[in-house]
Design a protein around this ligand. Structure first.
Ligand code: AQP
Length: 340
């Protein structure tokens, strides 16, 4: 049997990148699961605190994220859907893993290197300076390893940007197994067909929940009009023909990637079809395809948002289920390390 685990941060309304790069795949995995498989999907609140959050906004985003997960088709009868911060075992195992993870390994994480580079640019210094970055930002991949291994997950569907973190999780699991006794299976990365969706405004970076420019991303809750206007103003280039060339034409290629993902086609086939059509036609078709894809989830989200009592009930049941699942593992771990 497979144990599938994945998580998403409640750092804002999920966008098309989260959907195509991760969430859509969660729904497919749930659909294709065998009765003996276990599907565990988590809203990872503790991770969101690695960056400053407004408490009120976080609390709303946290509830909305649950509504989104249900709206896209995750089913609490088939999967365990819960808030990570409502199961204390995550931070317990996370602390223990911090104690067996060398700092050198964390310094090699590209997400950490990206944070360092960004803080350097912001201060306009040529020296890399980590003194202003909080420790949580440095060690959250360790907590992520705990999230995954706590449930003895065997398969982890995440976006390509998370692949290195999964390798770290395997590494930490292996270290624990060799030091204290075999308990954790080493989880496998499950790739999504759509790797990386880029920002509509700056195609050198990925589409992201926390980018200050809201027009850089399409939200799962955007209306058709909003989708149309964001796609129309997406940054492309001035070459008339359309071609797929992610390195020299990232903006145009991103639109092709999105269209291919929405229509479930090969991106090179889409590129050939649009070769002489120009950016206007491409953008208009991308907008309609995205609208079609997001219509049902958006309507379902609106319906669920009006029922906070139901969402609370689902969260409570999910947390109980998750805790019951991880109880045995945490007890065994504590015994193995001597904390009994
Ligand atoms: N642009 C993207 N393209 C494809 N996949 C993506 N993911 C994120 N952005 C893209 C995948 O979405 C899942 C959930 O992500 P997360 O919320 O845990 O955090 P993140 O990767 O840091 O996503 P964001 O949107 O950029 O959030 P913020 O701005 O809060 O950091 C993951 O599987 C991720 O790979």
């Amino acid at each position: 049997p497979r144990i599938v685990f994945s998580g998403i941060q409640p750092t804002g309304t999920p966008h098309l990148g989260n959907f195509l790069g991760a969430l859509q795949n969660w729904v497919k995995l749930q659909r294709d699961a065998q009765p003996e498989d276990d599907m565990i999907f988590s809203i990872v609140g503790w991770h969101s605190l690695t960056l400053p959050q407004d408490p009120k906004a976080l609390s709303i985003a946290r509830r909305d994220m649950l509504a989104v997960l249900l709206a896209i088709g995750l089913d609490p009868q088939k999967s365990t859907i819960f808030h990570q911060d409502e199961n204390r075992h995550h931070v317990e195992l996370g602390w223990l893993f911090n104690c067996i993870t060398p700092m050198g390994k964390l310094r090699r994480m590209t997400t950490w290197k990206g944070r360092l580079a960004a803080s350097r640019n912001a201060n306009d210094e040529s020296e890399v300076d980590e003194s202003m970055l909080n420790a949580g930002l440095f060690t959250y991949p360790v907590l992520q390893a705990a999230d995954i291994l706590l449930y003895k997950a065997t398969h982890v569907p995440v976006g390509e940007d998370q692949k290195q973190h999964l390798e770290l999780a395997r590494d930490i699991g292996d270290t624990f197994n060799r030091t204290f006794g075999r308990i954790f299976p080493l989880p496998e990365y499950v790739a999504t067909p759509t790797r990386r969706v880029l920002s509509l405004k700056d195609p050198s970076s990925k589409m992201s929940k926390s980018s200050p420019d809201v027009s850089s991303r399409i939200l799962l809750t955007d209306t058709d009009t909003q989708i149309k206007s964001k796609i129309r103003s997406a940054v492309t280039d001035s070459i008339r023909e359309i071609s797929y060339d992610p390195v020299s034409r990232p903006g145009t290629s991103n639109l092709l990637t999105i269209l291919a993902a929405c229509t479930d086609e090969d991106v090179s086939d889409v590129a050939v079809r649009y070769a002489d059509k120009g950016h206007g036609a491409l953008k208009s078709d991308v907008a309609s395809a995205v609208s079609d894809l997001l219509r049902e989830p958006r309507e379902e989200f609106e319906r669920l948002s009006k029922d906070p009592g139901y969402l609370e009930q689902i969260a409570k049941e999910g947390a109980e289920k998750a805790q019951a699942r991880s109880e045995g593992t945490i007890r065994k771990v504590r015994k193995l390390v001597g904390l009994v």
